[in-house]
Design a protein around this ligand. Sequence first.
Ligand code: GLV
Length: 304
Amino acid sequence: MKVLVSQPLPEPSSTDLLSAFVVVIGRPDAWPEEARRHLPDADALVPTPREKVTGELLALAPHLKVVANCAVGTDNVDLEACRRRGIVVTNTPGVLTEATADLTWLLILAVARRFREGDALIRSGAWDGWKPMEMMGASLDGKTLGVFGPGRIGSAVARRASSFGMRVVTCDAADGPEAFERLLAESDVLTIHAPLTPATRGRFGEDELARMKPGAILVNTARGPIVDEAALASALASGRLGGAGLDVYEKEPAVHPGLLPLPNVVLLPHLGSATRETRLAMARTACDEAARVLRGEEPRHRVV
Ligand code: GLV
């Protein structure tokens, strides 16, 4: 049986867990061409968030039994097409929770304390010593952290808030308008952890950003299309919002050009789960799930 792994993963993962199968490992820049070449006789696919597994590609894969996504989010996979075809879809929950929560706090602190500007000042050689009003940021102690999507990662972010003296308000994507309005109105820092679904796509648009607290900080380590990036860029440029920390983008890997010159924005290249330990655990989980389904066993983290 043949497994297409869309791009090289931290090893050992495919080398041991998929050793009973023929494994083809693609190149990061060769999707969807490699999918078109290898899916016609593939029994399993191990993609990452970078690769869109569309209905059109799935239609080329008559033998495909499983899409074992190397990620917790599965918005890159056409779940409906998989459901119709009886293709199992799995993800990698749990193993990336703490790493992603840590990175969320890295962004919160970096934006609140103007990390980028401070680092740039030192490197410019222009710093001439301590000044009482230099580069003042925002204190977190006593402020309110709003968590949109208090699932595994959102809850881990909320847990860390007590160490910083922050009060927490949460709103699930499925909660009614009252909870959502409270989240917008009360959060000094609002952090997004909901999955990307039709209900969350564009949830933070111009109107919602306008209802956030003046000077609030928005952080997104979930999925870019939950936030309207153009609206965010103008809310930041006008000073309506105090800053933003982004790890994900609406049209990844593109970033809205309006965000790039803003000093109060910290931008990372989708690094939420990027520790050696976590990325290896994700790769091993995904390969194990593919192998389980190919052996006729029930996977551990079935989405479809
Ligand atoms: C990464 O973005 C993931 O969903 O695991």
